[in-house]
Design a protein around this ligand. Structure first.
Ligand code: PNS
Length: 163
């Protein structure tokens, strides 16, 4: 039986931290389905399709073991449609724990057959989030070493960054 994990998130935009988690996850799982949440009530910088395209491009080298899809509704429902036995999430610091704990227990309550698996992000990405990268980029800061090159290109277009 293939070990399949769902790696859900907003990915607005994907960062090097997200890519790091997928790479680590692929040492455990045969296939990872990166699941981009469609959330019309949350204002996002990138459209769902732009996020999917950036993830595809950034993970091109792992394309045989990766799928990238959007989803709405309950994550556990999407996971079971996809035959995924696990939900993969990254943790950067203790501050992530409370939310992740709540999310994992709620997901377990909703579907006891899907396990949550947490991986520690590489230390050098531990301070990075999509929000902080967007904020820094919006003020013209150099975030080129915090996001994959496909994402950097898109951020440059959005914020009219030089270099
Ligand atoms: O990258 P994020 O924003 O931290 O990801 C949050 C995400 C997408 C994992 C979470 O919001 C989610 O799973 N949303 C789908 C609805 C759902 O199943 N919620 C949890 C149980 S109510």
């Amino acid at each position: 039986m293939k070990k399949i994990a769902i790696y859900p998130g907003s990915f607005d935009p994907p960062t090097n931290g997200h890519i790091d988690i997928v790479e680590r996850g692929l040492t455990i799982f045969d296939k990872i389905i990166v699941a981009v949440l469609i959330n019309p009530s949350k204002k996002s910088l990138f459209t769902t399709q732009e996020r999917i395209d950036m993830i595809h491009e950034s993970l091109a080298q792992f394309s045989t073991n990766i799928e990238v899809e959007s989803f709405n509704g309950l994550l556990v429902d999407f996971a079971s449609i996809k035959n995924a036995g696990a939900i993969l999430r990254g943790m950067r610091a203790v501050s992530d724990f409370e939310y992740e704990f709540q999310l994992a227990l709620m997901n377990r309550k909703l579907n006891n057959e899907i396990q949550s698996v947490f991986l520690m992000t590489g230390l050098r990405w531990s301070f990075i989030s999509s929000s902080i990268v967007k904020e820094a980029a919006s003020f013209g800061a150099d975030i080129s070493d915090m996001v994959p090159s496909a994402v950097y290109k898109k951020l440059k277009e959005k914020f009219d960054l030089k270099s």
